[in-house]
Design a protein around this ligand. Structure first.
Ligand code: HEM
Length: 483
């Protein structure tokens, strides 16, 4: 009776009309971020919905985002837990899905210190430069034969290699992870399956039936990763035995050393190591590669912007050499292009948070454990926030001090607050250097006489929103000599 009374007293945010039992599930299709935006246009910047038995709140304005990510950050920075993420993360022993608390806080600090800090990022700069050089050379050869290049696949491979070299100290070929699917394909498939609405999450009583077969698929994928990570860890243990005196430590070694020392100060076994390593793979590769993919797509769709960017880089670098990392900070227009692309294509369109306990938001009651989504995708396309929002126009950022690091709530591609992306510096640096190099070293043309405005920009929903179709283009080498 007390609970019923409490329910009646709750002043919940406005909600679309729901149905008995299923609530609002029927209102969501293949692209929930787009559906949430459409619904928010009718019901407002803060909206309450129920997916089966699961209460959710969606916010879709900079002011509401600030309340979630700054004002009420302490209460709203838990993560939603789903059947898929629970399995993939060894029961939330990672960083991305770990509940707020000492474990999450310590692991996040550790990842920042050992992999994502400025000095660590610099340590791996020569490796990243060499990998970029290999990719440019591969594309240059394709250009000689006027081949159509799968830009999406090349970028994914490059970013995957860079990331694996930093985390594991070696690269992998496709079949190292799965006999049939490629490395990036398995990561892609995982983020896609994990993001698919699972009836078992909405109706826990039918979870065991696995009506959509999603639990089976995620079980198979997590077994693939588990075997892969076990092999890597075993290799490192063996290598350490043989090369005791050698330094050359990679992130995996640091994790293993903490585990073996027993001095973490919190529970830390092989499952924790694997969960965190998986975060660095899934959190680092797909996000960065997809960001580059969207930027290259927008540049090919907008040839005048491409030319202007090439000119900016050429004026500093000339046409006799590749771009050097030290030159990146002088490319103001490149910064605008990156921001503008992330405004239209934030790779994580919904920041997924959860309420640790009941709180008040914009005068409404938010019950404890409610999932709170910040629709960054909708904010980036809101005409009240951005003039002519659907147009790709990097110049809107010239002379503006709107930043993408989480200070300005109209542009949140890396989130904001205590759950914001710890890989921002690394991710942004890789994005800028890859785009600068691809644009500087090559002219790009769409295949089969396709005109720029015919390029299909459809999205494919997942934990990361990627292009529905790979970006294909014909490169022409534009430097004066082979570098
Ligand atoms: C362009 C590249 C990247 C983008 C756009 C991006 C974006 C994001 C976003 C939007 C979040 C969630 C923020 C929130 O919930 O408020 C996040 C979290 C996270 N990202 Fe990134 N990210 C990128 C690169 C990376 C890289 C390179 C790594 C590491 C190798 C990384 C590791 C993480 C981790 C561990 C979290 C979870 C943080 C936590 O829950 O405490 N990210 N990222």
């Amino acid at each position: 009776q007390w609970q019923r009374k409490k329910k009646i007293e709750l002043h919940l945010p406005p909600a679309p009309k729901g149905l008995p039992i299923i609530g609002h599930i029927h209102l969501l299709g293949k692209n929930p971020h787009q559906d949430f935006r459409r619904l928010a246009q009718q019901h407002g910047e803060i909206m309450y919905m129920r997916l089966g038995s699961l209460p959710i709140v969606v916010v879709s304005s900079p002011a509401a985002a600030e309340l979630v990510l700054k004002t009420h950050d302490a209460v709203l920075s838990d993560r939603p837990h789903y059947l898929s993420t629970t399995r993939l993360t060894y029961g939330h022993r990672d960083v991305i899905f770990a509940p707020c608390g000492p474990y999450w806080c310590n692991m996040r600090k550790l990842c920042t210190l050992e992999l994502l800090s400025g000095p660590k990022i610099n340590e791996f700069q020569p490796m990243r430069r060499a990998e970029l050089g290999l990719t440019v050379e591969g594309i240059r050869r394709a250009a000689e034969g006027r081949e159509v290049v799968d830009v999406s696949a090349r970028v994914a491979e490059l970013v995957g290699d860079m990331n694996c070299l930093m985390v594991f100290g070696r690269k992998f070929v496709d079949r190292d992870l799965d006999e049939e699917l490629g490395f990036k394909d398995v990561i892609d498939e995982t983020t896609r399956v994990a993001a698919q609405p699972n009836l078992g999450d909405y109706f826990p009583s039918v979870a065991a039936l696995d009506l959509q077969g999603l639990n089976r698929r995620i079980k198979k994928l997590s077994a693939t990763f588990d075997g892969f990570l076990d092999t890597i860890i075993d290799d490192h243990v063996e290598k350490k035995e043989q090369e005791k005196e050698k330094k050359g430590w990679y992130f995996v070694d640091v994790m293993m050393a903490i585990m073996e020392s027993g001095g973490a100060g919190f529970d830390f076994d092989r499952r924790h190591v694997k969960a965190v390593l998986l975060d660095m793979l899934i959190g680092g590769i797909d996000t960065t590669a997809t960001t580059v993919d969207w930027i290259m797509s927008e540049l090919m769709k907008n040839p005048t912007v491409m030319k202007k960017l090439q000119k900016e880089i050429e004026e500093v670098v000339g046409l006799d050499q590749m771009v050097d990392k030290s030159q990146l900070s002088s490319f103001k227009y490149l910064g605008c292009v990156v921001k503008e692309s992330l405004r239209l294509h934030p790779v994580a369109p919904l920041l997924a948070h959860a309420a640790q306990e009941e709180c008040e938001l914009m005068g409404y009651n938010i019950p404890g454990k409610t999932h709170v989504f910040v629709n960054v995708w909708a904010i980036g396309r809101d005409s009240q926030v951005w003039p002519d929002p659907e147009t790709f126009f990097p110049e809107r950022f010239l002379g503006s001090n709107i930043d993408l690091r989480g200070r300005d709530f109209q542009l949140l591609p890396f989130g904001s607050g205590r759950r914001s992306c710890p890989g921002l510096q690394l991710g942004l640096m890789i994005v800028q250097s890859v785009v600068a190099q691809l644009v500087h070293c090559f002219d790009w043309e769409l295949p089969d006489g396709m005109l720029p405005d015919q390029l299909d920009m459809s999205e494919k929903y997942g934990m990361v929103i990627s292009r529905a179709k790979h970006l294909m283009a014909i490169p022409t080498y534009r430097l004066n000599k082979i570098v």
